[in-house]
Write a protein that binds this ligand. Structure first.
Ligand SMILES: [Zn+2]
Length: 408
């Protein structure tokens, strides 16, 4: 034990009960600075000799330390931790001093090392008033602070590709690997070299970020436009009907561009009808009444219907709401008109339920709002088309109409 306490040393204070001869720790690591220990021993005025207490001040000096590392390498602005073993372990004065080049690192009380500046340094850790000094080599590595790209936004057409060039600055940064990700792969995909491919009409973002910490990132907005003439083609009738129905990605497609043979006469599709019946029952449970007002229509039925509309409204108007024979989806047996063919159906609770739920049963609203230029038909909230639950869900979630989804 030392004979003299140094200013700013630390001590443990024990209470010694002279009556019971018990010694209890009152407070550990009390800094011995003049005036900051106030020991009230007993109350003289009350002559309270009974409760007289002795206090023992114990000072165990720190004589050495062991550090868990003598070399640390870390990225700038990152943190590493050094653990310190104090010798003896019960030293009351566990205060260390350290020196290192100014602004290079920050050393916290519990010995976290926070990198501040790129370079190589020597951290010296010592004990006050003891001839002990340990050294730790600290190497701080350069990190990325920005991602530079040749463009900030990209516009491309469905099916086309373009490459975004990106580099990390400064070039000496150690976290120099990039990761590329699209916010919506249904709109545009990107590979790990920055090659972007337009998948479907819409907008999304490409995020470029560093693979390793610390993460920095940059976003590039992507706009995917329809292929040239898509809308015009789908809005114009093909000249003659094909000899076979057209399947695209396994889906029977009928619109103004793709017709059906006049002898294609399958009747109502049993799977689609059964799906409708399931949906009808589910809707009924929620107090929604759905029923089919028009299902399968043969070539000749459509021919009569179309010609009657043309006489009544003229061909231009008729073409926005009724199909020419061979171009009606009703001829597939997979389409149904539900409840009402009035525009106001969209605002009814049945219309809203159908729009929000029909995909769960394998149907889509085939002619959505704001897609007339692509489908060739104005909004028909009542006309549903059976695709099966899987594809209907994908089309619904994409927000695209069927032509856009299939890129036709
Ligand atoms: Zn219809």
């Amino acid at each position: 034990m030392k004979e003299k306490y140094f200013d700013n040393d630390y001590v443990d204070i024990y209470e010694h009960n002279t009556k019971t001869n018990q010694i209890t720790l009152l407070k550990s690591r009390v800094s011995i600075k003049e005036g900051n220990i106030n020991l009230s021993v007993y109350d003289k005025n009350k002559n309270d000799e009974e409760n007289k207490r002795n206090y023992i001040i114990v000072y165990v000096p720190l004589v050495n330390i062991e550090l868990s590392k003598d070399y640390i390498e870390l990225k700038n602005s990152c943190i590493d931790k050094i653990s310190v073993k104090y010798i003896p372990e019960n030293a009351t004065n566990k205060v260390l001093k350290y020196t290192i080049q100014e602004d290079s690192v920050e050393v916290t009380e519990d010995f976290n090392i926070i990198a501040k500046k790129v370079g190589e340094y020597l951290l010296r850790v010592g004990i006050e008033n003891e001839n002990v000094e340990k050294e730790i080599k600290v190497k701080i590595l350069e990190i990325a602070n920005s991602i530079e790209t040749n463009v900030d936004s990209v516009t491309l057409k469905v099916g086309n590709e373009t490459t975004i060039n990106a580099k990390i600055l400064p070039e000496t940064a150690v976290n120099n690997q990039l990761e590329w990700k699209s916010s919506n792969e249904k709109v545009a995909k990107v590979d790990q070299n920055g090659k972007v491919k337009g998948i479907a009409y819409g907008n999304c973002e490409i995020e470029i970020k560093t693979k390793e910490e610390p993460i920095i990132s940059k976003k590039i907005s992507v706009k995917v436009e329809l292929k040239q003439n898509t809308s015009v083609v789908n809005n114009t009738y093909s000249n003659e009907l094909p000899s076979q129905p057209t399947y695209i990605q396994g889906i029977l497609i009928v619109n103004k561009k793709y017709g059906l043979p006049s002898n294609y006469n399958p009747g109502v599709n049993a799977t689609a009808l059964s799906a409708f019946n399931t949906m009808q029952a589910a809707a009924k449970n929620e107090g929604i009444s759905l029923f089919i007002v028009s299902g399968f229509r043969s070539y000749s039925t459509q021919l009569g219907l179309y010609n009657r509309y043309v006489r009544q409204y003229g061909q231009a108007a008729t073409d926005t709401f009724s199909a020419k024979a061979g171009h009606s989806e009703h001829q597939t047996g997979l389409a149904f008109d539900v409840n009402s063919v009035l525009d106001s159906f969209a605002q009814t609770k049945e219309g809203k339920w159908l729009a929000g739920n029909c995909y769960k049963y394998g149907f889509i609203i085939r002619y959505p709002e704001n897609k007339q230029a692509i489908t060739g038909y104005k909004y028909e909230p009542w006309h549903i088309r059976y695709l099966g639950v899987d594809i209907a869900t994908k089309v619904y979630q994409s927000g695209l109409c069927l032509e856009e989804y299939l890129e036709i």
